[in-house]
Write a protein that binds this ligand. Structure first.
Ligand SMILES: [Zn+2]
Length: 413
């Protein structure tokens, strides 16, 4: 079978040209498997119009809403771009009048998905909503977009989980009441961090350094770095149908120590706030996750003896490299553990501003940003391409590319 001929025949009507059909590290055997998987046989003979007619009677408004929100678009802009009337789109989304087959074709082509994407199907529950650090600064549209993105990520992860053996999903919880101020629950939070280390099979009191991302993936957390997540959002976490997901920002302007702390912070939400009804992004909830992050990365017991009692920045830099946490976070840790008093902490913050360390600290640019790898490796091992995954997950190819992310070169075959 000539793959390129099939692609040419299928792509224009489906709008799904395989942009990056194969993983670069695939073996010949995997590539052969890949060719078999890329274009399901029924698509070769079936035109997009036929597919749309088949789907029209089971058209689902919520599926359309999901796709529009994933794109962060308004109804008017989608209707305009797809070439259908705004009222047809709005009625279809509300389930009043299903889209006609020709309109399904238009919308499918606009979103670069197959018409089957709009067939009725149950989405997994969003068990814990995305935990945004600055909920008030995050627009509702951004929040929805993020929600849809974690759901898309969970869908991709569960498709891969059916084909490749993954670590069991991370389920550990040690709940802390979200309305409690950090002063009142500091000990509970420290204990939650300690227990989480042991749950992940990590030693109780030795540094994790900058390897937290790999430890989380090995511990059953799905992590992705999304190029479209704004740096203002930093990172967020959610639980979809029992799968915990952490999304890191696109990495533009990020540094490894910040990412490391963000991962530990989100882990704190998963452990402490999962399964509790709460408003994400409140001061108390955020303070708890911050305290968890520093306790998790730098446990009190070994740190108490190591933190300097004066502002010895050389020593802080050494500790940063060892414990994988910024000097700013370590100074804060010193204050939280009463190693330095409030006045010295205030002086430390002023010095950090004066040195320009609020933007970039020393030691932040000498390590690469952590890269999630589980999804990419699972695809590679199962011999699945991005375009095949896009069709299976009923998602646009570029969303799959966001989920898979850019990979660093690997010597592991
Ligand atoms: Zn948070």
């Amino acid at each position: 079978m000539n793959l390129s001929a099939v692609s040419n025949r299928v792509s224009p009507s489906w709008g799904l040209a395989p942009r990056s059909p194969m993983c670069p590290m695939m073996s010949h055997k995997q590539r052969r498997h890949e060719r078999q998987l890329t274009v399901p046989p029924e698509m070769e003979i079936e035109g997009v119009e036929t597919a749309a007619r088949r789907v029209a009677p089971v058209f689902s408004g919520p599926r359309l809403v999901a796709l529009r929100e994933l794109r962060g678009m308004t109804q008017a802009s989608v209707a305009n771009a797809a070439g259908i009337t705004a009222s047809a789109l709005s009625q279809a989304e509300r389930g009043q009048t299903a889209l006609s087959a020709p309109n399904i074709v238009k919308v499918a082509q606009f979103f670069e998905v197959t018409p089957d994407t709009f067939a009725e199907r149950r989405e997994p529950d969003l068990e814990m909503k995305p935990q945004f650090r600055h909920l008030r600064r995050t627009s509702v549209r951004e929040q929805r977009k993020a929600e849809r993105f974690v759901m898309a990520t969970a869908r991709v992860a569960s498709i891969l989980r059916d084909r490749v053996e993954f670590p069991a999903p991370f389920m550990f919880t040690r709940r802390v009441r979200p309305e409690q101020s950090i002063e009142d629950v500091a000990e509970e939070v420290e204990l939650a961090a300690e227990l989480t280390r042991s749950e992940l099979g990590l030693p109780r009191s030795t540094p994790i350094g900058s390897h937290l991302l790999g430890q989380l993936e090995a511990g059953g957390v799905t992590v992705v770095r999304d190029s479209e997540t704004d740096r203002d959002i930093d990172a967020y976490s959610a639980v979809v149908g029992q799968l915990p997901v952490i999304v890191l920002d696109g990495g533009e302007g990020s540094v490894w120590d910040r990412d490391n702390f963000n991962l530990a912070h989100e882990l704190g939400h998963l452990v402490m706030h999962r399964g509790i009804h709460h408003t994400p992004g409140t001061r108390t909830v955020e303070a708890q996750a911050h305290r968890f992050a520093s306790a998790f990365l730098a446990p009190a017991q070994p740190l108490l003896d190591r933190l300097p009692r004066r502002l010895d920045w050389g020593r802080y830099l050494e500790l940063k490299r060892e414990w994988g946490m910024s000097m700013a976070a370590l100074v804060r840790r010193a204050k939280d553990l009463d190693v330095i008093n409030k006045a010295l902490y205030t002086r430390a913050m002023k010095q950090q501003s004066a040195y320009g360390w609020r933007k970039v600290e020393p030691g932040s640019d000498d390590r690469p940003l952590p890269v999630p790898r589980n999804i990419y490796h699972a695809m590679s091992q199962a011999g699945i391409s991005e375009s095949y995954l896009a069709k299976q997950a009923h998602l646009p190819a570029d969303v799959i590319q966001r989920i898979v992310g850019k990979q660093k070169p690997s010597l592991i075959y």
